[in-house]
Design a protein around this ligand. Structure first.
Ligand code: NAD
Length: 261
């Protein structure tokens, strides 16, 4: 274990609110040590929208975990209602990928290490998500991706989440991840009652679209339901999962894309 005390050490971005805060609560309830990363109020304060903030976060997590990390959850994100839309792409895709890349080496020194990205079912069910924004993200071209996202928060959100899930699929099986014994997976939550979703529900245009999305299990998800899927992907009960995109969305994706496999 990274701490040498039998406690797992897990870094969680976006840990100040919503799903990330609940991941923190569940992990600490299981006796893990959590290094939280957020804009404020956590062990590491950093702005993942900027390259400087990402570097600060990586250096601070490396310092805090003293060289070995057992898990990483990249949960920090901005909703489609956030303005400017460019920041959605910068945080949701480039912020997450920078931390996965920057902390991969110390994850390799952890015990049964695992990393989890937080994508969204909007990646698979939003028309147009697989377009120029996602392509620029996957080419690592932040300037082109943010320019393509300008003024279009809905496309910025779904495309950044599609690119993140695809990045997970492509990298999970590669030598630096699976080859180094690090399991890399993602969750794809559906509508989950957090401040991010509330911001969308309160938006004049987005609110009706969100309310109109069919959810076969009914209602919306809770942070607890999504966090338990994330904790599963970090832990000993998912040790053969690699490159999995785990939908936790009440069945919306299966309803809309029954033949996606
Ligand atoms: P939330 O707003 O409650 O929490 C998001 C956290 O990310 C906040 O603490 C915020 O401060 C942090 N964050 C935002 N920008 C940041 C930045 N530049 N640097 C550092 N931290 C930053 O939202 P949530 O619903 O808990 O969202 C968590 C993740 O789940 C996000 O990636 C979101 O896209 C994803 N998701 C949420 C839903 C939903 O319906 N709530 C659905 C699918 C996916």
């Amino acid at each position: 274990m990274a701490s040498g005390t039998g406690r797992r050490t897990i870094a969680v971005t976006g840990s100040a609110s919503g799903i990330g805060a609940e991941v923190r609560r569940q992990l600490e309830g299981g006796n893990a040590r959590v290094i939280g990363v957020d804009l404020r109020g956590q062990e590491v304060e950093a702005d993942l929208a900027t390259p400087a903030g990402r570097s600060t976060a990586i250096a601070a997590v490396r310092d805090a975990c003293r060289g070995a990390l057992d898990g990483l959850v990249c949960c920090a994100g901005l909703g489609p209602q956030f303005k400017p839309a460019e920041s959605i792409v910068s945080v949701n895709y480039f912020g997450a990928v920078a931390l996965f890349d920057g902390l991969r080496e110390i994850l390799a020194g952890g015990s049964d290490p695992a990393a989890v990205a937080v994508s969204s079912n909007s990646a698979s069910i939003s028309p147009g998500a697989d377009g120029p924004i996602a392509a620029a993200c996957l080419e690592g071209d932040e300037a082109a991706a943010t320019a393509a996202a300008s003024g279009n928060g809905v496309a910025a959100y779904s495309s950044s989440k599609l690119a993140l899930a695809r990045w997970v699929r492509r990298n999970a099986v590669a030598a630096p991840w699976a080859g180094a014994g690090i399991r890399l997976n993602a969750v794809a939550p559906g509508a989950t009652l957090t401040p991010l979703l509330q911001g969308g529900l309160d938006d004049e245009k987005l609110g009706p679209a969100i309310r109109g999305l069919p959810i076969p299990l009914g209602g919306v998800g809770s942070p607890e339901q999504i966090a338990s899927a994330i904790v599963f992907l970090l832990g000993p009960e998912s040790t053969f999962c690699c490159g999995t995109i785990l939908f936790a969305d009440g069945g919306s994706d299966a309803l809309i894309r029954p033949n996606a496999i």
